[in-house]
Ligand binder design. Sequence first.
Ligand SMILES: [Zn+2]
Length: 335
Amino acid sequence: MIEKKRKIIPDEFIPEIRSRVVTIDNQDYLLQNDAMYTFYERSMGELSPFFLGIKNEKEILGCKCSKCGIVRVPPMLTHCPDCEFAPTRLVEVGQVGRMNTTPPITYFATSLFLDKAPFGRGRVILEGAATALSVMLYTTTGILVPGLIKKGTVVKVIFRDERVGQISDIYCVPASELTPEQVAKKGLLESEINWAAPKEPKFPKPTDKDMANFKQSVKEMQALAVKMSQSKRARKAIEGWKRNIAVKTKAGEFAMYIDNGDFTIEEKKLASPDFIMACEDPKTLLDGLMYKGAITDSVIMKKLWISKNLEFNTIFKLDRLARFLVMEQKEKKAK
Ligand SMILES: [Zn+2]
């Protein structure tokens, strides 16, 4: 079997061989894509044991001052500045800790972190440590929204199954989402956590008015989907993307299909969707598709729930789909 190794520069960031013409003051100039290489190897230096501990032993190391006993994580000091530079030694700290601050959440990441968003980023004081370690934060319950992890929330360190010795090899989730055995386990792996059982929101029983609203909203969304699938521009927003999405609302369920430019909506229950969206009122989604307020905002504001964190990417694409259709319609009108 040939092992496919990941590249430092992902394929999608490597430009195509091509050129384009720009015109300045009626003069054409040819621009060509070219490359300049600046690869380098960097040493983790004295922090090597910390990163090797994460990679090989699934442990978190700190440094303990031989005089005052303070434990700092990560072990960035070989000598304690508070004790006339008394030497420190490496010690292992716990893998459960308390958030030192309420973490901000990144929803719109730069290309480097796009495959990791949305994520929280905050500082955790692990058991046995006196200083806070900066970590990425996730939830197992769907998408990370404000309020799930706050200052004081107890979190557990999770190790990615594939580790290279980087700080992104680890992240934290709320300890309350895990079993006591998982919380107690040293070196808990990502693959040992059940990510497939997020908690869907529960809605009250629908009234007749809700049922009518559901029928009407689905009808309007279907009409919109036809327009989107016919729009050259809108199709671009979901080019190369394929998702079957189950959408659950108070008054019923429907399916949304994204298939490489085609966008369709069917009043049907999907047996094994790629992910689930849930919103009490289907109008939330209808408004988003009509470009009246972003669907991403509805997720952040907790009006729309999605079952998989990384499907925020798909939500982002749906917003673009709505925006591109409106843009095309405006351009046509202008002509
Ligand atoms: Zn000291």
